[in-house]
Design a protein around this ligand. Sequence first.
Ligand code: AMP
Length: 290
Amino acid sequence: MKVVRTVEELRQWKKQHNTQRVGFVPTMGYLHEGHEALIKKAKEECDLVVTSIFVNPLQFNQGEDYLTYPRNEEWDTKRAGKAGTDLLFIPNGDEMYPQPMKSIITLKDGADALCGRSRPGHFDGVLTVVMKLFWMVLPTKAYFGLKDAQQVAVLESMVNEYHIPIDIVRIPTVREEDGLAKSSRNVNLTDQERMEAPTIYSSLIKMKDLLMQGEEIEKVITRFHDTISSTTSGTVDYIELRSFPGMETIETTEKMQTVNELILACAVSFSRARLIDNCLFKLEQMEEVK
Ligand code: AMP
């Protein structure tokens, strides 16, 4: 695996490896099995795999964890190579953002949903950095995890709306044995919080089951709040039922019947880590249960 740090080196490498299918896995590093699942899938489907590591300041707000976001280049280099990366691109901030951006991509529709609402400007930062990385890497396919389902939805819209000739591949969420979604931020949980955090996913699953049994949405949401506040030290930032990938709000059981795929998405803040998770499910699965 080769490591490059500039766009020039990246382009030189691509020229030398005049290849058909390039798979791209953008990450913020501190790699875990979730990232590895993306790299492995890219390796299966493409001739060469480019993984990038860049903690993007543009997608963090003031007061968020940009400075404490875990970083370890040596660890990432080993894991990226082992998972099947051919080229590891670690751009530096000076080349990415030599000056404040004069133009950025702005999320218009959906900016008030889920993480868009609790992290104003977050998706503008995500869309802008991914657009930049797409132009730098020029891949055939790009791999994104459904752990960040809203991110997948907004990126798919951008690719469609801007006619970007890159296929977005969705990868299911990789979890710890106890159900907690793997996340670089999990290292910022205290031991006690780490023990409590699996409740997030088990509560989402319980919610999904109750909704399938016809329980009212409002009651199910209240129950999630109650469980998190009574069994963890975390604070619920949001918990919502929406359509996926359209992200329309679903407030009634009748509306629920009109969409194909649903997402229960939440964010829960602990002392030094804000965790997000979700559960995607389909209407047909609900009909099966009846
Ligand atoms: P990050 O480094 O957290 O920005 O994530 C980089 C990519 O890995 C994104 O597409 C994430 O959705 C994906 N990812 C992160 N955690 C997981 C996970 N547990 N399972 C699957 N994909 C993940």
